[in-house]
Design a protein around this ligand. Structure first.
Ligand code: MN
Length: 414
């Protein structure tokens, strides 16, 4: 086999400055965001490469860890490394990125996989299976990431005017919340498990002897009743995580990326979202580069005022749409997804109790410190991207969830 066949490359011009692109490569924690083949799992923060001889570690999605020995480095221009299993000498393959600025805002980026120095023949099949198409997938994803962050950076001198945005009608405010009444549907767990309670309103005074000039009530509700936000602490995998009062406010106001699967749910109430659906969404609408809520639009809210149809219980349990285990894992590991927002009574599919692990939408997401948001409506009013979601749970100290008012800010041109 000639050396030519052992060097695979892909390249592309990107509409972003070389320094910005380089940052996404030289900081290993950012690498899984552009990895087009979902091989890279995660890298500990604080490993930004600065010179030849640096070694950074990367956990692969299949579980193995690689120590990457940096063998070429020029800040902003070139970086290459030899991966190796922990505490072993690199077997000889090399990954390289080269950046060539073309003006201030455009860069030619070349990605190379070179196994000319690989001598262990047992590794040849695996090396040969890495194709230019594999490299191109990473290059394209890196381009989407770099170009999105460049184009969305605030323009110098332009000051955002929130008041004008709201009062001019350029932004509409929409309510995504289900009204809270004693009839609001709640999750029905099978015996022996104990259920949350319905919402209930009790009068305290009503312009009468209890209070001649005022009307007020007390309410009782489950934390997990109606439109509500699940905190990591709700699930055994997240039990040491945040309670609902501890969620940072910036996570409660964030972009909504809306994946619409309502056509397929109409044909199959047990529809499960797969990682391929999320990847094709990112291919069509751009990579999710800012911290965002993943909003799953299923059309299920059309049943929200008819509890039996909404819960869709049968002898073998409820039949409602959700995420496959693989999709839950994809979301749990996605660096920029804050949480999952759904129209159904819970963030898991009706049949998810039979999955491995059971209830992966809770097990994996809450275990990863992400959040769940349930029983939303009016999602058909949201664009695929461009809306801002505002989730406002009560700051219940020690709370595992809270009923929430959920609003969206939607640009009227979308
Ligand atoms: Mn819940």
């Amino acid at each position: 086999m000639s050396d030519d066949e052992r060097i695979v490359t892909a390249s592309r011009v990107m509409a972003a400055p070389a320094a910005d692109i380089f940052e996404l490569i030289a900081d290993p924690a950012r690498q899984p965001e552009w990895d087009g083949n979902d091989n890279l799992g995660h890298a500990p923060p604080g490993q930004r490469v600065r010179s030849v001889g640096d070694v950074f570690t990367m956990a692969l999605t299949k579980g193995a860890v690689r120590e990457n020995h940096v063998v070429e480095f020029e800040e902003g221009r070139r970086i290459a490394w030899n991966p190796a299993p922990p505490d072993e000498a690199p077997p000889g393959h090399l990954w390289r990125w080269e950046l060539e600025p073309d003006g201030d805002h455009t860069t030619l980026v070349t990605h190379t996989y070179d196994w000319t120095h690989l001598t262990d023949e047992r590794r040849f099949d695996r090396a040969r299976s890495t194709t230019a198409a594999n490299l191109q997938a990473s290059v394209d994803r890196l381009a989407a990431l770099a170009e999105a962050s460049t184009s969305r950076a605030p323009q110098q001198g332009a000051r955002m005017d929130l008041t004008a945005a709201l009062t001019s009608g350029a932004v509409r405010v929409l309510d995504l919340t289900a009204p809270l009444t004693p009839q609001t549907p709640i999750l029905e767990l099978p015996a022996p498990w104990v259920n949350t309670v319905p919402f209930e309103l009790t009068e305290v005074a009503h312009f009468d002897e209890r209070g001649p000039a005022w009307h007020c009530n007390v309410f009782t509700t489950g934390e997990h009743t109606g439109t509500h936000l699940d905190a990591p602490k709700h699930w055994i995998t997240g039990k040491d995580g945040e309670d609902v009062s501890q969620i940072p406010p910036e996570k409660l106001v964030a972009p909504a990326v809306v994946v619409d699967v309502s056509d397929r749910v109409a044909l199959n109430p047990d529809f499960l979202l797969e990682p391929a659906d999320l990847r094709s969404w990112e291919a069509e609408h751009g990579a999710i580069v800012e911290p965002s809520w993943l909003v799953l639009r299923t059309g299920w809210a059309a049943r929200a005022d008819d509890a039996p149809a909404f819960l869709n219980n049968a002898e073998d349990g409820p039949h409602t749409p959700g995420l496959s285990t693989a999709a839950a894992r994809f979301v749990a590991e996605h660096p920029n997804i804050i949480g999952l927002a759904v129209e159904t009574v819970g963030t898991d599919a009706g049949q998810a109790g039979t999955f491995d692990p059971p209830y992966p939408g809770h097990n994996l997401l809450l275990g990863a410190g992400k959040y769940g948001l349930t029983q939303l409506r009016n999602l058909e009013t949201l664009p695929a991207r461009g809306a801002i979601l505002i989730a406002a749970p009560l700051p219940i100290v020690g709370g595992t969830a809270s009923p929430a008012r959920v609003l969206a800010l939607v640009p009227t041109d979308s």
